[in-house]
Design a binder for this molecule. Structure first.
Ligand code: GLA
Length: 402
């Protein structure tokens, strides 16, 4: 090609690129339908990834749905059964997404129907790139086709990941999927999973119902492996984010590891307590069909769940940090408070919550309920405390006496 012709061709390509980019920029502004109000409190459910990774099948999903319904998890408020990556394996001649026929021989519709028959809701996973993180087909360029398919199958929840997205703009990409879901004819929760990389606090609230704030969690009290983090590392990354969450749009510090075996029972109680303080989605990540008594007791602690699900929807914040000792507080509806005294150290610690941390006068009398021991103390004023086990918490609900 003559260099001049080549340059002209290049200019045309550039123009085309600018035109496409502006269409995309424009598209990000056009979410005519409002976000459906389907997550007034943080979503609760189960997801396959933390325990089973790519090892998913219809048999596994049915078994988890059975266990959620029979174990007491459903009664405690858990409702979504979400298949994470690797359920999909190709597209058909019309470009429709196809489930792995060996692992899901009855098809996704039959599986969604089964989950619904248990009184539960059904979720799937896709990705804004050409491929998912596990290398399966993603939804880039197929958003509307996929959303229509999900609606036909009876999908209630979509976790939408961010691998293989190249230079895509995250706000534009998630807005397109939000629009596709809203035009699908079915109310579908949109779980944004771009790991907090593109300042979701700036744009995610009108787009999705929850958005990840970090890389992946792994089942350890603390630590860091590539882009995965131990539980307390994830906790530290939530400190600046409380202001951006609220009813129908939640910060997501990633799924629960309770029951997966990498932490002690005390550490799992802390993990669950802290996620409740963060108003985090409570998405169990263990094998629900093989829970020991402690795992079930932790995951179904109704007092802790009530803090997570408090209708005011105000995320808790770290009110004090002195070395290994932290105080987390969260205002609840009706003038009540939740608080966690967290001991990240290796020896027991005597800790206290002063009423000043709650903005209450020291003379204010309150009823204090310990949400793990269930002990109720009346007419407490000034402060409340006790000895906190290593890697443990005291979690309380404080009801000021009028
Ligand atoms: C990413 C997500 C995880 C999980 C995997 C699946 O790492 O952050 O939560 O969905 O992809 O491949």
């Amino acid at each position: 090609m003559h260099p001049l012709v080549q340059r002209a061709a290049h200019a045309i390509t550039l123009l085309a690129f600018v035109a496409t980019a502006s269409v995309h920029a424009h598209e990000t502004l056009k979410l005519e339908a409002p976000k459906p109000l389907i997550a007034p409190t943080p979503p609760m459910g189960w997801n396959s990834w933390n325990k089973f990774a790519c090892n998913v099948s219809e048999q596994l999903i049915r078994q988890q749905a059975d266990a959620m319904a029979a174990s007491g998890m459903k009664d405690a408020g858990y409702q979504y059964i979400v298949i994470d990556d690797c359920w999909q394996n190709s597209r058909d001649a019309e470009g429709n997404i196809v489930a792995d026929p060996e692992r899901f021989p009855s098809g996704i519709k039959a599986l969604a129907d089964y989950v619904h028959s248990k009184g539960l809701k059904f979720g799937l996973y896709s990705d804004a790139g050409a491929l998912t993180c596990g290398g399966r087909p993603g939804s880039a360029g197929r958003e509307f086709q996929d959303a229509r398919q999900y609606a036909k199958w009876g999908v209630d929840y979509l976790k939408y990941d961010w691998c293989h997205t190249g230079p895509r703009n995250a706000e534009a990409a998630y807005t397109i999927m939000a629009k596709a879901l809203r035009e699908s004819g079915r109310d579908i929760v949109l779980s944004i999973c771009e790991w907090g990389n593109n300042q979701p606090e700036r744009w995610a609230q009108p787009v999705g119902h929850l958005w990840r704030t970090t890389g992946d969690i792994y089942d350890a009290w603390e630590g860091q492996k590539d882009w995965s983090h131990g539980m307390t590392n994830i906790l530290d990354m939530q400190v600046e984010r409380a202001a951006h969450a609220g009813p129908n749009g939640w910060n997501d510090p990633d799924m629960l590891e309770v029951g997966n075996g990498g932490m002690t029972t005390t550490e799992y109680e802390s993990h669950f307590s802290l996620w409740a303080m963060l108003a985090a989605p409570l998405i169990a990540g263990n094998d629900l069909s093989k829970m020991d008594a402690d795992t079930l007791r932790i995951l179904t602690n109704k007092d802790v769940i009530a803090v997570d699900q408090d209708p005011l929807g105000k995320q808790g914040r770290r009110a004090l940090k002195e070395g290994d000792l932290e105080v987390w507080v969260r205002p609840l509806q009706g003038g009540e408070y939740a608080a966690v005294l967290l001991n990240r150290g290796k020896t027991p610690a005597d800790m206290k919550l002063g009423w000043d941390r709650l903005g209450l006068p020291a003379s204010q009398k309150a009823t204090v309920k310990d949400l793990w021991s269930k002990k109720v103390t009346k007419n407490v004023s000034g402060s409340y405390g006790g000895t906190v086990a290593p890697h443990g918490v005291i979690m309380v609900r404080i009801t000021p006496v009028p």
